[in-house]
Design a protein around this ligand. Structure first.
Ligand code: SPV
Ligand code: MG
Length: 543
């Protein structure tokens, strides 16, 4: 296994120019560091523990640290050097740690010569150091466990932190180098760089040297460069800067009970989405998910009065006549909502102000007295797009019927009741239909197509009755709009009924698929129908 990230970290450690590692403690900070231009990350023990709300004393288990590191390395292309504290145990734990890190493409680990559980270098004095030989064994075990030659083990010398002085630091550094460490990290808690500069002077170029100027931050970086250090670690400033920002923001929102003075000072959610890579997912969805179809829309023709209903339609259009306490139109809307159709446009005309229901769109046919259905359909069609279901406003139907229509890929598809004659309909105006084949139980897999629609087809030609539902594909909608444009100037257009329109479509060679049903719908034309409709929706067959 050969890791590009491990190779890159090794190049940074051994290169001639001074390199920088930026602290990161989760996937987000890792991405932010990478975007800022850093070539490598420091998986800081202090920052990771702080961000998790625990102490820098190995309170997080090493596998919890590993899980977090996986998010960090997955988030970026640059290498990560883990602050591995004391190696989470003895030589044996170190071996396992190295193997598990390599499996997650972590480029290297830094271990320090202190005792488990470790204490942060800046807490207290006289911290006990590990036995030098035992620590050398840990380094050797780690080096023997790695499978990629480029995986780096950095040995952190804490002799200066623990107050043992330069000679001890050099002695330990040399022992760790001989044990196989790829670099030495010499750490200091002084506010001046004197100690680490003295170390480097004595150390020379025996092996790469890494420093962490958290305390001697006022030293110009040029000094480190001139002294010949290889890598500088900015060890905790992303975590600390986020603490400053979070403390200020939390306190202000607590005090003001409002976001008004905060919003413009923080990144917008679009910036969050950008750094999360939302755009890539959007593009991948286009490649891998089936193309999304807009949900179908419905167009309900409800401009007419329905004179046959007498007093019931004196103050309201037929679609608002109540069936068992609920307007006809509301029932239709509920059925459509039930199959996911929310975008519903209603063409209204007679007593249009009485036709009110929430979340509907309206088109007004103010010439409803002198026009017929095709005129209303043409008006409504201008306001809809995509797949459209046209329904008469005075028809109740069970939801499986439009569902069947939407299963068809034909541009035009109508529902036809093959039981048109049983029992005899009450209404003299019926859209009777002749198809290229009658309904037959054993022909479910064969499509049927409309040949004729008329109110007065000879009985022996009738295969069923159109129930007032027409599904149009997006192309069907455009075709019909084009036809309306062509005929809209003709006087006959104003009086065109749906049967006339279908006749015209057939004449123009349009194929109109017929889906046969058997009952489960009802049109409300007469008082008798109103009574029958009160029972609609049960399990029986109505018509
Ligand atoms: C860390 O980042 O956790 C370190 C460096 O060990 S420091 O806290 O500066 O000692
Ligand atoms: Mg640390």
């Amino acid at each position: 296994m050969s890791s590009q990230k491990a190779k890159r970290l090794r190049e940074m450690l051994t290169g001639k120019k001074l390199s920088f590692l930026m602290e990161a403690h989760n996937g987000l900070s890792a991405k932010i560091a990478e975007e800022a231009g850093f070539e490598g990350l420091w998986g800081s023990g202090l920052s990771i523990s702080a961000s998790m709300g625990v102490r820098d004393n190995n309170e997080m288990s090493w596998t919890q640290v590993l899980d977090l590191l996986e998010f960090m390395t997955d988030a970026v292309k640059i290498p990560l050097l883990l602050d591995g504290d004391t190696g989470y145990g003895n030589f044996n734990n170190m071996r396992r740690l190295v193997q598990k890190m390599e499996a997650r493409d972590i480029a290297g680990v830094c271990i320090e010569d202190k005792l488990f559980p470790k204490t942060n270098s800046f807490i207290g004095d006289n911290q006990p150091l590990a036995d030098m030989d035992e620590f050398c064994g840990k380094i050797k075990a780690g080096k023997d466990a790695q499978s990629d030659d480029n995986f780096s083990i950095v040995a952190r010398v804490e002799a200066l932190i623990a107050g043992w002085g330069l000679a001890e630091a050099l002695k330990r550094g040399e022992a760790y180098r001989r044990a196989g460490a790829d670099a030495i990290l010499i750490h200091s808690k002084m506010s001046k760089a004197d100690e680490i500069l003295a170390f480097k002077k004595e150390w020379g170029d025996r092996s790469p040297v890494v420093i962490v100027p958290t305390k001697y931050y006022s030293t110009p970086t040029e000094v480190f460069r001139k002294a010949g250090f290889n890598v500088v670690i900015w060890a905790n400033h992303l975590m600390r800067t986020s603490m400053t920002a979070m403390q200020q923001t939390a306190q202000q929102i607590m005090k003001e009970e409002s976001l008004i003075n905060i919003e413009d000072r923080v990144v917008g959610v679009n910036e969050v989405f950008r750094i999360q890579g939302a755009k890539e997912l959007e593009e991948a969805e286009k490649r891998y998910l089936p193309a999304k179809q807009d949900p179908p829309q419905a167009l309900i023709l409800a401009a007419g009065r329905g004179k046959e209903l007498g007093v019931l339609t004196e103050d309201r259009p037929k679609a608002m006549v109540e069936i068992a306490g609920k307007p006809l139109l509301e029932r239709t809307v509920e059925t459509l909502n039930g199959i996911g159709i929310k975008d519903i446009t209603v063409v209204r005309g007679y007593k249009k102000d009485a036709l009110k229901l929430p979340s509907l769109k309206f088109v007004d046919n103010d010439e409803h007295d002198s026009t017929q259905e095709a005129f209303s359909l043409a008006m409504g069609l201008d306001k809809v797009s995509g797949q459209v279901l046209m329904a008469y406003g005075d028809v109740l139907f069970q939801k499986f019927i439009p569902m069947h229509l939407f299963e068809s890929d034909s541009d035009f598809c109508i529902a036809v009741d093959s039981e048109w004659n049983t029992p005899p309909g009450q209404n003299e105006y019926r859209d009777l239909v002749a198809c290229d084949r009658p309904f037959q139980w054993n022909q479910f897999d064969q499509k049927a197509y409309l040949q004729k629609m008329s109110t007065d087809l000879p009985k022996d030609q009738v295969h069923g009755e159109w129930i007032g539902l027409l599904k149009m594909s997006p192309s069907g909608v455009s075709q019909l709009k084009a036809i309306f444009k062509e005929i809209s100037g003709a006087e006959s257009f104003r009086k065109m009924r749906m049967a006339d329109l279908f006749k015209l479509l057939v004449e123009k060679g349009k194929k109109i698929e017929v889906v046969y049903i058997r009952g489960h719908w009802l049109d409300v034309d007469t008082m008798h129908d109103v009574v029958a409709a009160s029972n609609f929706g049960g399990s029986g067959q109505y018509r």
